[in-house]
Design a protein around this ligand. Structure first.
Ligand code: SF4
Ligand code: SF4
Length: 130
């Protein structure tokens, strides 16, 4: 890059200001396809573990015995694979970002889904004439 080009770029950048945002002081910009963070519905999750198998970052941990579903927010890259793989619609992608933090954030949920009981079989009809 010649001196002229470089000077031009520097002057343009001085006029335009920074290309980045001072998030979180300035709210993040979102679009209809923004992937902010994964949300989980403990009332519909059936502990099938498909989401944890699909996650490329090993961000999801499922303890079927204890009925605990966990997501490590520091590992999650918001790729959306878990949301697409869940056959029961228990996962969704919200557009807003979680607040920045330096903590090791693992969100833990207790699965509350209760398998509905099968309807009792009707007793065989009695006294039916052949
Ligand atoms: S969005 Fe991607 S990285 Fe995050 S938990 Fe789901 S599958 Fe894993
Ligand atoms: S969130 Fe969906 S994919 Fe993951 S264990 Fe629950 S039901 Fe299965």
């Amino acid at each position: 890059m010649g001196l002229f080009e470089m000077t031009k770029t520097v002057l343009q950048n001085l006029v335009r200001g920074p290309a980045t945002r001072r998030y979180p002081a300035v709210p993040a910009r979102t679009t209809p396809i923004t992937r902010g963070h994964v949300v989980f519905d403990p009332a519909t999750c059936r502990s099938c573990a498909l989401c944890s198998k699909r996650c490329p970052c090993v961000a999801i941990h499922l303890d079927k015995e204890a009925k605990v579903w966990e997501i490590n927010r520091m590992r999650c890259i918001a790729c959306g694979d878990c949301v697409e793989s869940c056959p029961f619609g228990s996962l969704a992608m919200e557009q807003d970002y979680l607040p920045p933090t330096e903590e090791h954030v693992v969100d833990s949920y207790t699965i509350t889904y209760v398998k509905p009981e099968r309807p009792a079989k009707k007793p065989a009809e009695e006294g039916v004439d052949a």
